[in-house]
Design a protein around this ligand. Structure first.
Ligand code: PLP
Length: 405
């Protein structure tokens, strides 16, 4: 059963006033709030278990190591990886993508090689690949999208024929909410023998992920967008790829033997985890996963869809509104602009009414260029949001639009 009141009790941060108005938090695509169980887990670690891992023979170190490796197994099970060693803990999506871009560069990128992305990528899934291929006089191949924010799969197929070394695509766009047909796109890329990275930053909190079913070669995500602490996230990679790719960072933990002449590297997953990891946050991530799993995910998905549909329906009445992203298959968020009103002004005014949304380019400047706009107002939902909050938000937008006209 899905009780919104019980859920909200676990998020004390939501129960506050800003500018003497009840807070309506609709900036969940940027980061979600954290439930008490996650906060408690991290606190407990520092209260009772804090220790560096994998190194000590003593009790605390072994306990912390076991807990950290247990968290890895929980992540692996959550996204249905075959083995825990396919999960690399990172600081989040950005670090996972930088790891992959660097590692691929050393593994196989040569003069003039390309990487294929889409027109709706977050800068995190654009700049690391761009910088990497440009160092070798290659370029990004970009799958275009239509006016609704749907990718052109015919063009995708043509671009695959140009032989990019890697395909890296968002599962869900953080600006448009489009759910991309990643399973189909992965199968298409594999016909040309090209590995595929899925940026799951916006999907993992909202939809069950099965990396084996998707058959993606890599899947990257951030903990803080799925009710876990900041500073932790992950990279899933098929074992055969992780074995082949060279390490990203160097230092302690990721080595096997070291001499002044030569270093050999540790086995998976440690080969990719140089230095002391964020153990407390990894345990918080595990608890966040358990929190998500304790709920009926079907019900949660339906609830979030109802919030989205209601927001779109009510906003549609506003004169001069233009939705940015109208794909039939979409999730989690609504982006829009209103004729003659700068998104920043609108966001600033509704903030004073207690409503937290994001305004601007959402770290996806090429998407703004594509639609010929300076930015959007983006409201993004999470499982603790309510229909009443949607109403408050829509009324605030209507009021602000009137004031600004
Ligand atoms: N990719 C997408 C689709 C995102 O929405 C974000 C963050 O908003 C990122 C990547 C970067 O995530 P992080 O800043 O947690 O590394």
């Amino acid at each position: 059963m899905f009780s919104i009141n019980e859920i909200r009790e676990q998020f004390p941060v939501l129960n506050q006033q800003v500018y003497v108005k009840p807070l309506v938090y609709f900036d969940n695509a940027a980061t979600t709030q954290k439930p008490l169980c996650v906060i408690d887990r991290e606190r407990d670690y520092y209260l009772h278990e804090n220790c560096n891992i994998h190194r000590g023979v003593h009790y605390l170190s072994q306990k912390a190591t076991e807990a950290y490796e247990h968290a890895r197994q929980t992540v692996a099970d959550f996204i249905h990886a075959k083995e825990a060693k396919e999960i690399i803990f990172t600081r989040g999506t950005t670090e996972s993508l930088n790891l992959l871009a660097t590692s691929f560069e050393h593994f196989c990128i040569g003069e003039g090689d390309n990487v294929l992305i889409t027109a709706m990528e977050h800068h995190s899934n654009l700049v690391p690949w761009q910088q990497m291929v440009q160092r070798h006089h290659g370029q990004l191949l970009v799958v275009p999208m239509d006016d609704k924010g749907v990718l052109d799969l015919n063009r995708y197929e043509e671009l695959l024929k140009e032989g990019p070394k890697v395909v890296s695509i968002a599962h869900i766009s953080n600006v448009l909410g489009t759910i991309n047909p990643v399973k189909e796109m992965i199968a298409m890329a594999h016909q040309y023998g090209i590995p595929v990275v899925v940026d799951g930053a916006q999907s993992i909190a909202h939809h069950p992920i099965d990396v084996q079913d998707l058959d993606c070669d890599f899947f990257v995500f951030s903990g803080h967008k799925m009710y876990a602490p900041m500073g932790i996230g992950g990279l899933y990679g098929k074992v055969e790829w992780l074995e082949k790719l060279p390490p990203y960072q160097f230092g302690g933990e990721m080595v096997d033997t070291v001499s002044f002449e030569k270093t050999t590297f540790n086995v998976l997953p440690y080969k990719f985890e140089a230095g002391t990891p964020n153990v407390g946050a990894a345990l918080g991530l595990e608890t966040a996963i358990q929190f998500i799993q304790s709920l009926d995910r079907n019900e949660v998905e339906k609830h979030e869809t109802r919030l989205l549909q209601s927001a779109i329906e009510q906003l549609s009445d506003i004169e001069g509104i233009r939705f940015i992203g109208e794909a039939a298959h979409r999730s989690g968020l609504v982006s829009f602009i209103i004729d003659g009103i700068h998104p920043y002004d609108l966001g600033t005014i509704i903030d004073k009414m207690g409503v937290a949304v994001r305004t601007g380019h959402h770290c996806a400047e090429p998407v703004m260029t594509r639609f010929g706009i300076p930015g959007t107002v983006r409201a993004s939902f999470a499982l603790y949001n309510t229909m009443e909050e949607v109403e408050v938000f829509v009324n605030a937008v209507k009021k602000a639009a009137m004031m600004l006209r």
